[in-house]
Design a protein around this ligand. Sequence first.
Ligand code: BGC
Length: 221
Amino acid sequence: MIRFLYAYLVISVAAVAWAQNQNAKLLKGVAVAKKGTPAVDAKIDEVWKSCPKYMVNQPIADLLEIDPKDMATATVRLLWDDRHLYALWVVKDSALSADSSDDWAQDSVELFLDQQQDQSTTYDTDDAQYRVNYEGKISGQGTGYDEVDIKAATTKNKKGYIVEMAIRTQAADMKVGTVMGIEFQVNDDHGSAQRDAITKWFHTKDDSWQDTSTFGTVHLK
Ligand code: BGC
């Protein structure tokens, strides 16, 4: 009987822990980056395989020009080490184009970062927008943006493309428990040389490039 009760207790505690873990994974606007250093080659190395995936699939309704089922979407995984944040994007995009003269209207992905997480409504020196198009062209904006801070690799596949980014962070003391503001965006042009859709991870308006107060959070684990 005692053994039975003990087993029951152990199973209950494990079930509660599992449920809490699932909840933590699903918390909206909260991402986790595990520690690790990948090769930045747009290949899904072993180190990425245990990282949670965050979905970038919410359209910006006002700017949607196509059927939502045709929008480009992505999953993003994150890693960090002492001086970098890494992001691996697996993008589904059925028609690739870099025809627009605006970088943000080409098929591309954008990572927005508020390194101090001070959630300023304009970009300060710790805030930047990093963009990579499907051909590997890097661009970006924001007071804290410096092109030397970002390295990226891309590959195309049947369903779309992969982007792997390494962003050199400002703090020399990134550690477990560090939090930063973060947002992810996919830009989609179906060949009109104009942007046909934007999808995001957390926020639902097209103002992440101006206002860091709407970002979600990344926790370094
Ligand atoms: C936005 C564009 C904006 C650009 C500026 C993008 O994230 O979607 O509308 O013009 O950033 O860098």
